[in-house]
Design a protein around this ligand. Structure first.
Ligand code: SF4
Length: 267
């Protein structure tokens, strides 16, 4: 019998909030990893992030944003030039199409500005509900849950919900987490998915939410071996965000897994 079948709704809500609190402490540096300075830049970066890494997108956006600072610039873009600028993010023909059409729609319908409402955002080319939530949460301060693949995998492992449709997942998880925390909770869950609870090799033995996780044991449980599975990078000179629970990771070279042996709650 699964935990989902036996746990009361209230107990699940309490468990989810404890996990969310632990994730707040575990990932103090969680943030939107797509570099942007305004809503248009975030919309563009989010469109480019489909089937690409945020890092890969961040490599192309500085030049792109300088070349196309307004929606009108995308609307009038030379297709070949734009394709070339975003080629490295993959699917560049489709993405070019979306960016030009997005620019046109914004100019024609919203005076060149990105609207701050879900109902408007989802009518725009290249913008679905997930992208709209990213834009609302990070550019407009409107709480939103970003249900990406990490988010889906983790909330299933945690048995917060068994829904598989992203909109239903959003609604189920929205009932567990306080609305005002939705945007940051999304970042923390995604960080946790990228750094600790990986798809293939979850680091259960080095996981700060292990004590509340019904899937503890799907990954490595030996603390030392699990610690080697943690994946995160430290910018030069940056404090180790995991000093509290991954003290031995301090100074881990950029892109190399840190190590962790202490501070893990007993599962
Ligand atoms: S205990 Fe394992 S499965 Fe559960 S969240 Fe942590 S890494 Fe993921």
């Amino acid at each position: 019998m699964t935990l989902l079948a036996t746990e009361t709704e209230l107990a699940r809500k309490r468990r989810a909030r404890r996990m969310a609190k632990a994730l707040t402490e575990a990932h103090p540096d969680a943030h939107c990893e797509l570099d942007h300075g305004n809503a248009l830049e975030l919309a563009v970066a989010t469109i480019l992030s489909a089937q690409s890494t945020d890092k890969g997108v961040n490599l192309v956006t500085p030049k792109l944003f300088a070349r196309y600072p307004t929606a009108a610039d995308y609307a009038a873009a030379d297709r070949a030039e734009l394709e070339e600028m975003i080629r490295s993010t993959g699917f560049y023909r489709n993405k070019t199409d979306s960016l030009i059409k997005l620019g046109q729609a914004l100019v024609e319908r919203y005076g060149g500005e990105v609207p701050g409402r879900m109902t408007d955002l989802v009518t725009l080319p290249g913008i679905g509900r997930k992208t709209a939530n990213v834009i609302l949460g990070n550019a407009f301060g409107v709480p939103g849950l970003t249900v990406d693949t990490h988010f889906q995998r983790l909330v299933h492992r945690w048995q917060w919900t068994e829904e598989t449709d992203p909109v239903k997942i959003e609604s189920a998880v929205g009932g567990l987490i306080e609305r005002r925390d939705w945007t940051m909770a999304s970042h923390r869950i995604i960080f946790h998915g990228r750094r600790v609870c990986h798809a293939r090799k979850p680091a259960c033995g080095a996981c700060p939410v292990a004590r509340w996780c019904p899937s503890y044991g799907v990954g490595e449980t030996d603390p030392d071996k699990a610690a080697k599975l943690l994946k995160f990078e430290l910018a030069p000179g940056a404090d180790n965000p995991y000093a509290a629970w991954a003290p031995h990771a301090a100074g881990a070279p950029s892109g190399v897994a840190g190590t962790q042996t202490a501070g893990v709650p007993a599962p």
